[in-house]
Ligand binder design. Sequence first.
Ligand SMILES: Nc1ncnc2c1ncn2[C@@H]1O[C@H](COP(=O)(O)OP(=O)(O)OP(=O)(O)O)[C@@H](O)[C@H]1O
Ligand SMILES: [Mg+2]
Length: 233
Amino acid sequence: MILAAKDINTFYGASHILQDVSFEVEKGEVVALLGRNGVGKTTTLRSVMGLTPPRTGSIMFKEKELTGKPAYAISWLGIAYMPDDLRIFPDLTCEENLEIARRLSRNAGYWSRERVEDLFPVLHARKKQKGANLSGGEKKMLSLGRALMANPELILLDEPSEGLAPLIVKNLAEVIKKIREQNMTLLLADQNLKFCRKVSDRGYILEKGRIAHSGTMADIWKDEDVIKKYLVL
Ligand SMILES: Nc1ncnc2c1ncn2[C@@H]1O[C@H](COP(=O)(O)OP(=O)(O)OP(=O)(O)O)[C@@H](O)[C@H]1O
Ligand SMILES: [Mg+2]
């Protein structure tokens, strides 16, 4: 097990958002967090990353307890995060955005700017463009590229397919397959069930801050009742 959350409870002020959430991710797996708007997918990723730390419960990453650690320490342990607002630097060029992600990381490894640009040729073509001038899809690729540049062991992706044209979503699914071939583990939050089925092995479905259902993506995909009850097609 590379990541194991056990009974986490996360709050925004007095609002109790995540309620006894538990889930596990094996090394090399791609796991999806599913569920409708506002059920707690982002909060779950933020809890792992230490951005909204759980008040109770445990999150183990490679036998180390993450709760209580600040976000930078969690990233140094080998977890990278692509937030839903992408957080690229608008005034820096595409290549500077990638290089900075490398410099902020303490982990060396397979992913270099050349390899990231091979994976996303558009980032090479646009390398002198400022972040602000990239399209929505390009920004998303740059943000994922930045996560790779940190050479993490686990990547958390918030809504990777959201807002992308169908052809780009298809392309992103291929890219995620290539990324996992490099021994990467991914935990993604996404509402696009079709995309999640393509890229993930297993899924956890959230409903009002609780895990309502979990299973292989193949089983979830076939389960009409579960889809109707908790998801949007
Ligand atoms: N900063 C915040 N302060 C207070 N409440 C928040 C904050 N961020 C999120 N919430 C609330 O927490 C709950 C879970 O939100 P979260 O963003 O985790 O859901 P989500 O599943 O990621 O939704 P979406 O599909 O819209 O991204 C929602 O009820 C939301 O209104
Ligand atoms: Mg969200």
